[in-house]
Design a protein around this ligand. Structure first.
Ligand SMILES: [Zn+2]
Length: 713
């Protein structure tokens, strides 16, 4: 096997080194097994006969078995009521008390062996040389390890300010100097937006820690594409990347994943010190985490080296786990006390997601005890929110038996950070059709939601979501002129939870607001209230209505942040939309004067501003003492300016009055001179003002004639 030369030596094995600059030097060639060794492993798997149909007594028991016996699971057939599982006698003894009965899964074994034979034939055709990177035969939608890294490299090359690679450590093979991989974390955030004191809130996701779980890394890579390609195009992707950090360890077990890419049902790492030279060698990485390692008297992990849930010789013995644990500890401070009952503070920031397949579950701590975690209610709220998007069953991570040494130990157990395990889909080797049609569209919104609420994941998910946010007019295209009010529409709902496993408490919407350019949690944000389209906030789902004040906005793109609050006081996640302000001033409405407009009770209404009124004083109707009244509506915080341009020989004057007919401003320039008067609306609501034009008393020369009145705010 080829030895990989690291592009930059790390001073210490566990020191995190940013290596974005040398991304091009990462090994490009696929690392896969030599023909004879692979042939032998495929042959071993074909000999594995202890595969059974485990008929379950109820869907509830099947779901719990999928949690506790995730390592033994191979396939599910919910129509016919069985799980296909690789079981030894002890496993069967543990399942029987729950009502399971077993049948040899001969059809599964036969199909599996046909598939493995096909892989042997394909491998033989390729020969023993290290060929170019292969996609996974029959599963073209799933990137190989190399394709995953190459795709992420391309994202960074296209948008270098949006991310970098961090080298978090080495895979087991690499620690042995026999190939292997750096455990790379794709860190995504817009470096052009500086981090505030305390740093940006951080979401950490690792995937493919179990090698055969095909869908996991591709989903997380898809999330990376959404974030990077969405920056500047999608308002939510943009603010997430500007204000938060997303850390993606796309392949947490790349050595094992390369074996699974050959068709082997590989779960563990490839540490050959345990169950050497077999296809069940290695350590179950998701039983090797330090917190609570081997804490359930052998129920939640195995001490047998060949077991699929072998916990390893000691807590955190595996280099992959050391890398993840050190990385997680570098992201977040410890906010949870030492006792198992110590809750992390409600404002604890950060989310860790460990993406697995399969079983359609959203899981949160604890997994090693049925006792709820001290932050259990808040973990459950966010879990039910994730499950709203993907339709999976949300539940505490305990099934028929406990599990121990799992990934939530480092983040939640040690640090108090919200931790979730998502079990995607319905099989390890999921078909591309169901990945594309169901898993990706169902789970991408859950990851996006996690990135939105990562600032306060124990608080924000209780609040309402804002959806279908839109601005009227041309706000998304060339834009509107500054000062033009833009209608906002959207929906706020406090009811977006999966209630398939208990019912989440919800309340009526109580308020909604928007801010422009400054998100609501930052100092200097100026919130403006939105209203309910039906007139009052009184139900769990409300249509939002409002007008965005664009006064004073510079030409270019702006961000409108919207959020809603429920009656419990919880503000929900922010949803944003872009607002484009054009660089051309608005065209005035051009009107002709309409007589009679001779007093305050009979003004000519000017329907919008700016406006230009072409008018005439007196003589057109033969009046001796004409005067013209106009009514305008001035927006909150805005100043009305009225400009009167008379003919060269005329002397007309100008006044502005408020709605109570109090004089606000007057201008009395002489013959042929322009009058300008201004008056401000300092209130928080639109107000009516009157503009009065009249000829000056006692002047000589013509007292009638054409004039132009320009009105703006
Ligand atoms: Zn797994």
């Amino acid at each position: 096997m080829k030895t990989i030369t690291p592009c930059r030596a790390r001073p210490l094995a566990l020191t995190l080194a940013v290596v974005a600059a040398c991304a091009a030097h990462w090994p490009a060639a696929a690392q896969h097994l030599h023909g004879p060794e692979l042939h032998n492993l495929l042959e071993q798997e074909k000999q594995t006969q202890n595969v059974y149909r485990a008929y379950y007594p109820s869907a509830e028991i099947a779901r719990k078995a999928a949690i506790s016996f995730h390592g033994q699971l191979l396939e599910s057939d919910f129509k016919r009521g069985f799980l296909v599982m690789e079981l030894d006698a002890a496993d069967m003894d543990r399942l029987r008390p729950f009502g399971f009965r077993f049948e040899l899964a001969t059809d599964y074994i036969e199909l599996r062996n046909r598939r493995l034979t096909l892989m042997q034939i394909l491998q033989a055709k390729r020969g023993t040389a290290e060929a170019q990177p292969l996609s996974i035969p029959g599963y073209a939608c799933y990137e190989t390890v190399e394709e995953t890294f190459a795709a992420a490299d391309a994202l960074l090359a296209a948008r270098p300010t949006l991310g970098s690679w961090v080298d978090a450590g080495d895979s087991w093979l690499k620690t042995q100097g026999t190939g292997g991989y750096d455990l790379r974390v794709l860190k995504l955030s817009n470096s052009a937006v500086p981090a505030p004191a305390g740093g940006k809130p951080k979401l950490f996701i690792n995937s493919a820690i179990h090698a055969r779980e095909y869908t996991t890394a591709p989903l997380v890579l898809e999330f990376a594409r959404w974030l990077v390609n969405g920056h500047g195009n999608n308002a939510d992707a943009t603010w997430i990347m500007d204000h938060h950090e997303v850390h993606l360890m796309l392949h947490a077990n790349p050595d094992g994943r390369k074996r699974a890419e050959t068709g082997l049902s590989w779960r563990k790492n490839v540490n050959n010190a345990h169950c050497a030279n077999t296809n069940t060698r290695g350590v179950d990485l998701n039983r090797n985490f330090t917190f609570g390692w081997n804490s359930t008297g052998g129920e939640g992990s195995s001490g047998s080296a060949c077991s699929l849930t072998y916990r390893g010789p000691s807590a955190g013995s595996e280099p992959e786990i050391q890398a993840i644990q050190n990385y997680v500890r570098s992201l977040w401070p410890d906010r949870r006390g030492p006792a198992v009952t110590d809750a992390a503070p409600a404002d604890t920031s950060g989310i860790h997601m460990d993406i697995h397949s399969y079983s359609q579950l959203v899981l949160w701590p604890w997994g090693n005890t049925a006792t709820p975690a001290p932050n259990g209610p808040a973990l459950q709220t966010l879990g039910r929110k994730f499950a709203f998007f993907n339709g999976y069953t949300p539940t505490q991570s305990i099934g028929l038996y406990p599990t121990d040494g799992t990934s939530d130990g480092i983040s939640y157990g040690e640090l108090g950070v919200a931790a979730y395990t998502i079990e995607l889909g319905t099989s390890f080797f999921q078909s591309c059709a169901s990945y594309e049609s169901t898993i990706k569209p169902g789970n991408l919104p859950a990851l996006i939601y996690a990135a939105k609420v990562v600032r306060t994941p124990y608080i924000t998910p209780a609040g309402p979501d804002v959806t279908a946010l839109a601005l009227a007019g041309d706000a998304s295209g060339v834009g509107v002129a500054a000062g033009t009010p833009v209608a906002l529409s959207g929906s706020a709902s406090d009811a977006r939870f999966n209630n398939s496993n208990g019912v989440e408490g919800t309340q009526a919407i109580a308020a909604a607001e928007y801010t422009i350019n400054t998100p609501p949690w930052e100092a200097g944000a100026v919130p403006r209230a939105l209203s309910a389209a039906d007139g009052s906030f009184n139900s769990e789902t409300e249509t939002l209505a409002g007008s965005v004040d664009t006064a004073g906005l510079a030409p270019g793109r702006h961000t409108v942040y919207v959020r809603a609050r429920d009656a419990s006081g919880a503000w929900g996640a922010v949803t944003a939309v872009f607002l484009n302000i054009s660089d051309t001033p608005p065209l005035p409405l051009v009107l002709a004067e309409v007589e009679p407009n001779d007093n305050f009770s009979q003004p000519q209404v000017v329907p919008s501003l700016p406006a230009q009124v072409n008018a005439n004083m007196g003589s057109a109707r033969g009046e001796v003492r004409d005067r013209d009244f106009f009514a305008v509506t001035v927006a909150p915080g805005r100043t009305l300016s009225a400009t009167l341009t008379p003919g060269p020989e005329s002397d007309f004057n100008l006044e502005i009055y408020d709605a109570a007919l109090a004089l606000l401003a007057r201008s009395t320039q002489g013959v042929g001179r322009v009058d300008l008067a201004t008056a401000s609306n300092t209130s928080g609501a639109p107000v009516l003002m009157y503009v009065r034009v009249y000829f000056a008393r006692g002047v000589t020369g013509p007292v009638n004639g054409d004039y132009r009145l320009d009105l703006a705010q």
